[in-house]
Design a protein around this ligand. Structure first.
Ligand SMILES: [Mn+2]
Length: 465
């Protein structure tokens, strides 16, 4: 990190002049907030974000919605800033320290506006370090496609005005969303809720996660396009793995080359820690240490996903380190692949991930293959399938849906059967990403990435001597 230097007044004067003359011309346009001002944000149409807010406004009449964006300080100096998914889904706004307020009745002090985005005022001195930032005001409102963009100091005044609206009869509901699986009092969303209880008498804190979660489950065409891009980048990474994997390499070398392929192809970051598990570690589900030397004869499970414009892929392939499966490895691999195909063919809208899991386990059980656990007891193959079959996929790698949710057209989810035989140091997982089509069939978005064992061996041999 750079230390803040003493600021030059000449520079300030020049910046102020430049800002006054041309705040929104191309000479001051290193903003990465949008592709075309007022048309697209974070690679999705501004109109689509607007429609999401309108829909949420339509569903909430008994209160207001506040969604907080991420702040840069939250991530520490070594982490790159990333907007939080709920806020990004509803606004497409990347600016740190922003907030969204939705008031169905509108606020008089904001000219009757129902949707307000709060962002920090511009700080010309800081912009020497951060580059030009968007500040509150009507020009930014046009860029964001929102009714009002206000300074974030005004959030609480606007909330108090809303709480006093006659429609709420002194008992306004405040819908907000805290990060999942966090009940830590230091989290900003909890501090926000506490302050709301103190400063807004009669307010009831509610969660908007179910309502927005229902919206996030169904992917629009532009969301599917972003997922497809993330998936295609992940395909490039899998191709690089297949072409370069050799016995004697370390797992982290594979991690380095696959993550290089992510970055080289425009991915901002991995959507989750890359798993490269060889030999015994092919049987460890969330192994992401990636420190072992890969031995001849190992299977290597590579469970990886590039993130693109906040959407992540999640695709697993299992490679033979030597470039050729042994007969035993091939038998288990083919069974896992057949299980995945059978699940995809069996799928009908209305089924849950839980239903599909039961089907997959039954399929594995019917196989004549057997294996022993570490105590020497023999089992059918379903015994070695020890995790859930799949999950929803989107901005979160484990997106907003649980095992009881009935899958519908427009949803994207993974099918990832696996068999893990520790006694044989033999683990196989194959994972692909599927979109439920309007006619109820599945489209395999990752279908171009080879999983047929002969095809995997063919790609692996194509750069070998
Ligand atoms: Mn997965």
């Amino acid at each position: 990190m750079f230390a803040m230097k003493k600021f030059s007044y000449t520079l300030l004067a020049l910046l102020l002049l430049a800002g006054a003359l041309c705040p929104f011309t191309s000479s001051a346009a290193p903003w990465d907030y949008y592709d075309e001002p007022g048309v697209r944000l974070l690679n999705q149409p501004v109109a689509e974000y607007r429609a999401r807010r309108q829909r949420l406004l339509g569903e909430i009449k008994d209160g207001v919605v506040v969604i907080l964006g991420n702040v840069e300080e939250d991530m520490g100096v070594e982490m790159r800033y990333r907007q939080n998914n709920w806020f990004a889904y509803l606004t497409g706004v990347r600016t740190p320290d922003a907030a969204l307020l939705l008031v169905p009745q509108g606020l008089a002090s904001a000219g009757g506006a129902r949707e307000m985005i709060f962002i920090p005022e511009r700080n010309l001195q800081m912009e020497r370090w951060t580059g030009v930032q968007l500040g509150p005001g009507p020009e930014t409102a046009k860029v964001f496609g929102a009714e009002r963009v206000l300074p974030n100091e005004e959030l609480w005044a606007k909330l108090k005005e809303a709480a006093a609206l006659p429609a709420f009869k002194g008992a306004m509901k405040l819908y907000t969303i805290a990060p999942r699986a966090v009940s830590n009092g230091r989290v900003r969303e909890y501090q926000f809720a506490e302050r709301a209880r103190r400063e807004l008498p009669g307010v009831q804190i509610s969660s908007a996660a179910d309502i927005v979660g229902d919206m996030r489950r169904i992917k629009s065409a532009s969301e599917v396009a972003l997922l497809q891009k993330a998936i295609d980048i992940t395909g490039e990474a899998h191709r690089d793995i297949a072409l370069n994997l050799r016995p004697g390499m370390y797992e982290y070398e594979i991690q380095a080359l696959l993550e290089a392929a992510f970055t080289r192809n425009g991915s901002e970051r991995p959507g989750f820690p890359s798993i490269v598990g060889s030999g015994i570690y092919s049987t460890i589900l969330h192994y992401s240490e990636n420190r072992k030397r890969i031995d001849d004869g190992d299977l290597v499970v590579c469970d990886i996903g590039a993130e693109y414009s906040l959407y992540t892929a999640d695709i697993t392939r299992t490679y033979p380190a030597s470039g050729k499966f042994t007969p035993r490895q091939l038998a288990v691999y083919q069974l896992v692949l057949d299980t995945q195909s059978a699940v995809a063919a069996h799928f009908k809208p209305g089924m849950t991930n839980g239903d599909l899991h039961v089907f997959a386990a039954q399929y594995l059980r019917k196989s004549p293959l057997r294996a022993k656990d570490t105590d020497g007891r023999e089992y059918t193959m379903d015994h070695f399938f020890i995790h859930g079959l799949g999950h929803a996929l989107g901005m979160d790698v484990h997106d907003v849906a649980d095992d009881l949710h009935q899958l519908q057209p427009g949803e994207v989810f993974t099918i990832e059967p696996g068999v893990y035989i520790q006694a044989e140091k033999l683990g196989v997982r194959i994972e692909d990403d599927y979109l439920v089509m309007p006619d109820g069939t599945l489209s395999k978005l990752s279908g171009k990435i080879p999983s047929d064992p002969k095809e995997v061996e063919r790609v692996m041999s194509s750069k070998r001597q």
